[in-house]
Every structure is written in C-alpha cells, then in structure tokens.
Write a protein that binds this ligand. Structure first.
Ligand SMILES: [Zn+2]
Length: 167
C-alpha cells in the first residue's frame, strides 16, 4: 500500500507517478491492461485531457466508458461499440418478435380452453379437481410428471374402493 509503486499508466509511460497523478485513482498497477488498451486507442495525453475537463465525481464513469469503447474498437476496428449496439438492438427486436408470437399462441390456446371452462362443472370435472389436489400425495417421486389421466384414474379407483368399504 506504499505510494512508491506507480499506477498502471505511469508504469507503462515509464514516468514517475506523482502524488496528484490524474490516472492513479482509475488505473491501479494490478490491472495494466485497462490503461494499455485506452492508451492504444485514445492516447494517454487525450485521456488525461478528457479527465481533467471533467469534475472528479464523473471521472470514474468516464474511464469505464473509455475502457469499454477502446475494447470494442480493438475488437471491431470498423464499427467499434456501434457494432455491439446494433447487434444488441437486432437481438432485442428479434426477441420482441418471438415474444409477440408466444403471446399470440397463449391467446389462441386460452381461446380454445375458454368454452370448456365456461360449461357447468359435471361429475368428471369434480374428480379432476380432486385429482389435481392429490398430486403431491402420489407415490411418484416426480409428481410434476404424472399425467392427468393416470392420476384421475387412481382417484376414481380410490373412490370406488371407499364405496366398496361402505357397502
Ligand atoms: Zn500515475
């Protein structure tokens, strides 16, 4: 923690790291790549100039932004971070399209189910209501995989068994 070790910027620029070094708070010596990439793309003196023009509380955000932009520029020299932005925008619109397709499908299924749900509950519907309550006490270790038909068959057998006991 001694002030003797220079920040990543001064180390790379081979100069003495002064106490008021503008880079020191944002480019620690344990992350040399962070400054190297910003220096490569923008140049140390430009970065220093940009930081000096900003109030202290905005400098850290500015550095993050410069690092992000420099990394994108190295990765994609033609489009830089514009490439990343348009890629993500394409993904967003593609996912929005998938979402509306899925929502339309849900609506379609709901409209198919609705007539059945509106009919008065008859005996079969009562048993299926009971059987859904019976899911958890079934012997299967994976109750969520039990299909509805086999569960309600079990219930009908239980009910019949009960009736036999009573008679
Ligand atoms: Zn320094």
């Amino acid at each position: 923690m001694g002030g003797s070790s220079p920040c990543a910027s001064c180390k790379l620029l081979r100069r003495r790291c002064a106490k008021e070094c503008i880079f020191a708070p944002y480019f620690p010596s344990n992350d040399p790549q962070k400054f190297a990439i910003v220096h490569k793309v923008f140049g140390a003196s430009n970065v220093s100039k940009m930081l000096r023009e900003l109030p202290v509380h905005q400098r850290e955000d500015a550095v993050s932004s410069l690092v992000y932009e420099a990394t994108a520029r190295v990765r994609d020299p033609v489009y830089g971070c514009v490439g990343a932005i348009s890629y993500l925008q394409n993904q967003v619109s593609e996912l929005q399209m998938q979402l509306s397709v899925a929502q339309a499908e849900i609506l379609r299924i709901q409209m198919q189910l609705e007539p059945a749900m509106l009919t008065p509950i008859d005996q079969d519907d009562k048993t299926s209501l009971f059987s859904s309550n019976n899911f958890n006490i079934n012997n299967s270790p994976h109750p969520q995989y039990i299909n509805f038909a086999s569960s309600s068959t079990n219930l009908i057998q239980d009910l019949l068994g009960g009736e036999y006991l009573w008679t």
